[in-house]
Design a protein around this ligand. Structure first.
Ligand code: ARG
Length: 399
């Protein structure tokens, strides 16, 4: 009997092997081991404080949990998929190490509030990493804007040359987008940062627990008030995925410009070699794969958002096992976005603009200053519509 040894009381035979593999979430929630242990340490401390466990039991549990944390970090012990999920894996390990006292840790708790807690703790960390990475990318863009502060490039509408703009003006448009992204993550985090622990399976627990104390110890701003909501709500992850999808969309636009700007046709930028790849057959090639991949990875982040929205749709209260499908999308989107931001920041810092492409003669090529000529004629007394017409005729003649 593998996993169901923890609840073997109700069962007469071990779980079918393929079914166990199918239902196991260790591959995903194994990444939440730090959060799971931090949550258990705070829960156990509260149980002692409330005299639900003795001081000695609490000390044994805490020492055991800290030892397990060390084992996972050093690789001395790896949670097995056979334990079904990270919560069961750690509890089994704890009981194997410290004996039956390990079984007291789960007093006044369910995996339903435990997993909700782990996810909220994880999200707080993930959002912190992403916000730092957003700031890194903003700073790299500002750095380029300053390094080329005098550089004027063609501004485009419809991808046709429109009017001259400062490169800094162009780059700072992305800085603005990233600021809004940051605001969305920060805003979601305000709602996320509440502790669901104490909701137990769905209806709370008869033990005299102190939810507020655990919440405080874990750095939450308060508790999730309704126990049924606490175990069945995944809005925090959905808000996170929505913000991540929008942010990746911004990155894909930026990457599309890097791809265009590094073509022979545009020849605006030189991407650093460390962030490009060659071709296995064409020796001259230097491909903007990083920019292309980030543009492409937007698809998986949108997929994660739509996937989890679909998983949650129509679920009756309270917890349903469907919800286990929430971790894959959230983990994947967080990693994809964080990596994309960090790599783009590093790449931008070393991206050089080809000043030869932005000479006055170059800027003349697309009649970029035609609007200025029309404006000049307006200042000399011509109605704008006539000035527009006259300038248009002049451009046609020149062409
Ligand atoms: N692995 C589960 C999940 O991620 C943990 C909660 C399981 N609860 C339960 N009653 N089976 O959703």
């Amino acid at each position: 009997m593998s996993t169901n040894s923890l609840w073997a009381g109700r069962f007469t035979e071990p779980i079918d092997d393929l079914t166990l593999r199918f239902t196991s979430s260790v591959a995903e929630d194994g990444q939440l081991y730090r959060e799971d242990i931090a949550g258990s340490l705070a829960h156990a401390a509260m149980l002692v404080r409330q005299q639900i466990l003795t001081t000695e039991e609490g000390e044994q549990i805490a020492a055991g949990l800290n030892a397990i944390l060390g084992e996972i970090e050093s690789g001395a012990w790896t949670p097995s998929w056979r334990d079904e999920d990270i919560h069961m894996a750690i509890e089994s390990r704890l009981t194997a190490q410290i004996g039956p006292t390990g079984g007291k840790l789960h007093t006044a708790r369910s995996r339903n509030d435990q997993v909700a807690l782990d996810e909220r703790l994880w999200l707080r960390r993930a959002v912190g990493d992403i916000r730092a990475a957003l700031a890194e990318l903003q700073s790299a863009l500002v750095d380029r804007a300053e390094a080329y502060r005098d550089l004027v490039l063609p501004g485009y509408t419809h991808l046709q040359r429109a009017q001259p703009v400062l490169l800094g003006h162009h780059l700072l448009a992305y800085v603005e987008m990233l600021s809004r992204d940051d605001g969305r993550f920060a805003d979601g985090e305000r709602r996320n940062n509440r502790s669901p622990l104490g909701a137990a399976a769905l209806a709370g627990t008869p033990f005299p627990i102190d939810r507020a104390h655990v919440a405080d110890a874990l750095g939450f701003d308060g508790i999730v008030e309704n126990s049924m909501d606490a175990v069945s709500d995944r809005d925090g992850l959905l808000e996170f995925l929505s913000a991540a999808a929008i942010s990746m969309m911004h990155l894909s636009r930026m990457c599309e410009e890097l791809v265009l700007w590094s073509t022979t046709e545009f020849n605006f930028v030189r991407l650093p070699d460390a962030f490009t790849t060659g071709s296995s057959i064409m020796p001259q090639k230097k491909n903007p794969d990083v920019a292309e991949l980030i543009r492409g990875k937007v698809g998986r982040v949108y997929g994660s958002l739509i996937g989890l929205l679909t998983t949650m749709k129509g679920l009756p209260l309270a917890y349903n096992r469907d919800m286990q499908e929430d971790k894959g999308p959230a983990l994947d989107a967080a990693r994809t976005l964080t990596d994309s931001l960090r790599i783009l920041a590093a790449m931008w810092r070393r991206t050089e603009f080809n000043r030869d492409r932005f000479t006055t003669a170059d800027m003349g090529a697309g009649y970029l200053t035609a609007t200025e000529i029309a404006d000049y004629l307006v200042r000399r007394g011509l109605p704008f519509r006539d000035a527009h017409h006259v300038t248009g005729r002049a451009v046609a003649l020149a062409q």
